[in-house]
Design a protein around this ligand. Structure first.
Ligand SMILES: Cc1ncc(COP(=O)(O)O)c(C=O)c1O
Ligand SMILES: N[C@@H](CCCC[NH3+])C(=O)O
Length: 423
């Protein structure tokens, strides 16, 4: 459920018509809804109720400071994968004690900064990373809180590029090796074992793979118990899918109740703190990307709607053949409809936002690409020397610029001509 709805034929973000936003701020641009972010975050906290928990929003999904700031005020923790994300969280007022640090190749300087600010936990993905963390913590005279990311080898049933919990994926420590790596972690002087985690993939539309992963982790936790290693938090990662088209993913409430039911049958399960790292399910449907039709170009085999946004602004369709709804913002004028490939100005045949879309549009019309709040702006680039679009956040009847559109000149900041004579 989001707060982008039609009123009298015009698409609104909360109480602001998207046509007005496009007039004032230009296109392409990303528009977020504050109330939708809040609603999606609360769906998790309410689903977990009184069970001890921490919702660590996955910063990678949408790292705009305004987004992080509003989630921080709602009590969110954060899942980060780089020191860049850590600094953003701190700049937005996030609590470092609620930060978990994931990622397969954390640099020593990143570990040091995270130890300095006192994060909740490092989600360690390999034996050499454990040894590196022990060394960095030792140099700083600190003890690093550690969780091992276990790769449970379950099929998440999602796009191969965003599946992460299979033996063939680079992520995590194989279940069969985990006992030994935990024993190593417990023996290293500058580490304190606090948790176990997994993240099996993104855009999952069924609960079963999550429950399979939980089952494997519980077996492992029992074996750790036998060895005297107690875990005080279990982090089940992110991955809950959203509706882009006709998917019917479990809602946080159904998902959490299934997990809590299983945990209630596990000794000590009611006391075990649960962590989640949702990204997409909080951010995707809290944003749209606005773009204007430049030209309609009829072809022999296809019609093209050439718009002012491109794969550099939103890469998901080009990269994963992802389907996102593309809708007219103003449906009041009568237009004849046709089937179009919606394409951008970038010089690549793969530059499309949607294929074979039935649209009743004319040149100059405004379109909204829906479900663009996650993995949208964060994956934008300057390819073809295109400035990245503005980001705007609607709150009720007010629209705030939360990131200004880049200027063409800003794109070469830091570059230099070769010195005279070397050219
Ligand atoms: C370790 C980790 N946690 C959380 C997430 C967030 O996933 P999602 O956006 O699917 O909720 C990801 C991305 O897949 C991830 O790699
Ligand atoms: N960027 C991906 C999700 C990546 C998940 C990160 N582990 C997408 O847009 O679907």
């Amino acid at each position: 459920m989001d707060y982008f709805n039609y009123r009298d034929g015009v698409l609104y973000a909360e109480d602001v018509p998207l046509s007005q936003i496009a007039e004032e701020h230009g296109t392409p641009c990303y528009v977020y809804s504050r109330a939708t972010f809040e609603r999606h975050f609360r769906a998790y906290t309410e689903a977990l109720g009184s069970h001890p928990h921490l919702i660590c929003y996955a910063v990678k999904a949408n790292s705009n400071l305004a987004v992080l700031g509003l989630l921080a005020r709602l009590g969110a923790g954060f899942d980060i994968v780089s020191v860049g994300e850590l600094e953003r969280v701190l700049a937005a007022g996030g609590d470092p004690a609620k930060v978990v640090f994931s990622g397969v190749a954390k640099q020593p300087h990143e570990m040091a900064r995270a130890l300095e600010v006192g994060i909740k936990c490092f989600n360690v993905e390999s034996r050499p990373e454990l040894e590196r963390l022990n060394a960095v913590a030792g140099e700083l005279g600190k003890v690093a809180p550690v969780s091992l990311r276990v790769n449970p080898d379950v099929d998440a049933g999602t796009h191969p590029y965003i599946s992460t919990g299979l033996k063939d994926n680079k992520f995590g420590i194989a279940v069969d090796d985990a006992l030994d790596v935990y024993a190593l972690a417990a023996s290293l002087p500058n580490l304190r074992v606090t948790g176990m985690d997994c993240h099996i993939g993104s855009q999952l539309t069924e609960s079963a793979p999550f429950l399979d992963a939980l089952e494997r982790l519980l077996v492992l936790m029992e074996r750790l118990r036998e060895r005297g290693i107690e875990i005080d938090h279990l982090d089940l990662g992110g991955g809950l899918g959203v509706t882009y088209r006709d998917e019917t993913p479990p809602q946080p409430f159904d998902y959490a109740s299934k997990l809590l039911t299983r945990l209630s049958r596990w000794e000590g399960g009611e006391k075990l703190t649960l962590l989640f790292e949702p990204g997409r399910s909080i951010a995707a449907n809290a944003g749209v990307m606005l773009t204007r039709v430049e030209f309609l170009k009829p072809g022999e085999t296809k019609n093209f709607a050439i718009v002012d946004a491109a794969m550099n602004d939103l890469i998901r369709p080009a990269l994963y053949q992802a389907w996102q709804a593309i809708v007219p913002v103003d449906t009041r004028s009568a237009r004849s409809s046709a089937t179009y490939d919606v394409v951008g100005p970038v010089c690549e045949t793969g530059d499309f936002l949607g294929k074979e879309r039935e649209l009743a549009i004319a040149e100059g019309d405004l379109l909204a690409v829906r479900s663009a709040g996650a993995y949208g702006f964060v994956m934008a680039s300057n390819y073809n020397s295109r400035p990245r679009p503005a980001e705007l956040m609607v709150d009720g009847d007010t629209c705030h610029v939360v990131r200004a559109r880049e200027t063409v000149q800003s794109l070469w900041a830091g570059e230099a001509l070769l010195p005279e004579g070397a050219r």
